[in-house]
Design a protein around this ligand. Sequence first.
Ligand SMILES: O=C(O)CCC(=O)C(=O)O
Ligand SMILES: [Fe+2]
Length: 238
Amino acid sequence: MNIDALQGLSAAKPLTLLDADLVAHNYSVMPVQLDAGTCQTLSAWFDERQRFRNEVRMEKYGFGRGRYRYFAYPLPTAIQQLREGFYAQLAPLANLWAERLGLDVDWPPTLNEFLASNHSAGQTKATPLMLDYGPGDYNCLHQDKYGEHYFPFQVLILLSQPGQDFHGGEFMLVENQPRKQSSGIVVPLQRGQAVVFPNSLSLVSANLGFKRGQLRHGVSKVLQGNRRSLGLIFHDAL
Ligand SMILES: O=C(O)CCC(=O)C(=O)O
Ligand SMILES: [Fe+2]
């Protein structure tokens, strides 16, 4: 597998653009994309059970329908590099958002430092995951917090090609603002694209600054074919 291509994926998007996208739309598609071969290689990892610490069948918990598997530590080099690369890029944005919200947090510049604080709070389990959906499968709207410490952004990489490998199965974001009805958006993604989105708190620009909303994400029903994806969550789980 071509590790360089994976490193390239975390190619920077200027912070101001990332911020503008996230404030306006609640997501930002990253500038670089994994090639088809790399997506295929990564997709096939789902079937290598020894790479993962456990499997969740979504229907069992009312999370939807389909399966996902959490990678075990130590993470494969490519996943570790992606997680570190995206974290380093997103930490300054997390600090900017915290400042706007008047939150007393200081996100460290490296994933290692952030995970050290997770681990001392008992959050030690790896959270990067792969998801697998067949016909009729879907992922209910949710937030991935996994403990008291959670990083405000996460990343999703689509590994299958919409319209070719599968139909339906759209990645969705739904925002709730106080005293408003919920609003939703479907994120148009191609195979190999990475999208950044807020883990739980969204920011809405308002007259005198910013208001906050609650954001959830999920996947609409897969109508045909098979859809696989890779989720990069930065905090570890209890
Ligand atoms: O499969 C997807 O597109 C959604 C995955 C997801 O919920 C996540 O990565 O946290
Ligand atoms: Fe999720």
